[in-house]
Design a protein around this ligand. Sequence first.
Ligand code: SF4
Length: 181
Amino acid sequence: MGKIEDVNVINGEGFQLSNLEKVVASARANSMWPLPFATSCCGIEYMATMGSNYDLARFGMERMSFSPRQADLLIVAGTISKKLGPILKQVYEQMSEPKWVLAVGACASSGGIFDTYSVLQGIDRIIPVDVYVPGCPPRPEQIIDGIMKIHELVKHESLRRRDSEEYKAMLHSYNIEIDAK
Ligand code: SF4
């Protein structure tokens, strides 16, 4: 696990006190397991982000998961055709809560230059997105910036958010049942 930040710690002689919610959030943020759903050019930029020059392992993220059930960050990089949409949604549904989604590049965020009958005009038409990374393609620095914004969301998320009526209603608006397998 990476460095624990933003945790209120009170140190005393022979004891250390903190806030469970913040410790859990910090542990989650510093040990995310990403599932790369890469379909085209933006995927190549993501591969560069994984390389030694940019080194995602710094964030405790060197372990890619190609199994949705062992992943908590879905990274969608590339053009998503309407035909592929149901597969992407199925992958999202198979991930356990809590989970987050990063849309990398113009295509994943909005369909990009492909304003055509066959391309999904943004993955948020079918699944909720937490952070969007602009660019065609975005450079690795931008992808890292997007990942760090995800980390900030994770660090400040309440442990009760996923049980809230608002969260369930948001998933319901996508026709997704919570923790559907
Ligand atoms: S946003 Fe640009 S670089 Fe990324 S997948 Fe689309 S066309 Fe390729």
